[in-house]
Design a protein around this ligand. Sequence first.
Ligand code: GLY
Ligand code: MN
Ligand code: MN
Length: 459
Amino acid sequence: MAQSSRVRTRSVARRARPVPKLPSIPKDEFARRRRHLMKLMGRDGIAVLPAAPVRLRNNDVEYAYRQDSDFYYLTGFAEPESVAVLIPGRPQGEYVLFVRDRDPTRETWDGKRAGPVGARRQYGADDAFPITDLDDILPGLLENRTKVFYAMGAYPEFDQRVVGWVNGLRAQARQGRHTPQEFVALDHLLHDMRLFKSRNEIDLMRESARIAAQAHRRAMKACRPGLMEYEIVAELLHEFRLHNADVSYQPIVGGGENACILHYRENDQMLKDGDLLLVDAGCELQCYASDITRTYPVNGRFTPEQRAVYEVVLEANLAAIEKVKPGNHWNDPHSAAVRVVTQGLVRLGLLKGRVATLEKEGAYRKFFMHRTGHWLGMDVHDVGDYKIGEEWRVLEPGMAMTIEPGIYIAPSMRGVPRNFRGIGIRIEDDVVVTRTGCEVLTSKAPKDPDAIEALMAQS
Ligand code: GLY
Ligand code: MN
Ligand code: MN
């Protein structure tokens, strides 16, 4: 009789590891923000903030829900169909949340809800009601308040409801009711608060930048001729999702001349030997964005022309970062980048003339047609004024921004040596103003050309 061929298998249970620790905004910081805003509003004001609406992608499929940044900044509450109301000095409670009621059937289909009880217990609301009671309760809260702080225009359907409640009250003014007299732009106050990042926010942004930098390193290591642009996208997404982060905007992965299309999003072409690859990709972690661009040779080695242009952009990036410090103006980093780019283009023979004149005429704009950066925070192009009156804003500790000079030599550009055509380079970092200068959050993504070649040679 044949021997039994039963194989003894030894099963080893897979063990859990500790829950990964990520920074987060503590509850008392949300409370501090609400208190600060209420102080700015004054005791005759009331603020009304709706959650972001759920948006349909196609038929009955929804886009992934992302809370409105202003709403989240004040509440930390991520559910849709909610409204936050701040009523400074109201004896029964200053912070009121309207939220979806608990509903076992809906929760079986769509996930858990906090409900009014959770809104009070977990999110610190003084008072909370089902969202279905909004029309009954909100007019009463508006009564006897003079100013309504509201961001008009962001959600037109909700605008109509707010105007409807206020007009309804005004119609009753003859019965001696005190009704709101004016609408005040809530975004004006709130966006100035959001411009200055707290220590906890900077911790989150540092983590968001660290994850994005790691994703760029992963993409650099994977990159080789013959790969498709979307395969680089896959490397980026893999790293983001490993850390429970998602994209903060659709990644731009442009090989060769695609790098000259600033918002290239097709990401469906093959990467060619001898071309550069421009990757502009950042992630969002707990509503905080990173935004990084790196440009590198598909085959791991810069050609002399590519390296020459690259070094100009890198010098512009470093010169701009040097200008990020308290007391300087918003525009100083841009001016520094423009100077270096213009000098570099003259040195390379791509522009002819005196640097000062070319700068004044804006001749560099043919190659560098965007600004050197933008505020960065909960929104990738974050809120906050760039000018106060006619003056560029003075930089202060806690402000976060990108530094992203570039040179793009369109393939069709005339009067440019053939070897330069189709080269598009941008180098983008995220920085936060500190007391003495700035912190570069994205330094883990290599940008020195030798460091890039060394990393790409490892794979
Ligand atoms: N990724 C968009 C930007 O760099 O502004
Ligand atoms: Mn950017
Ligand atoms: Mn970018």
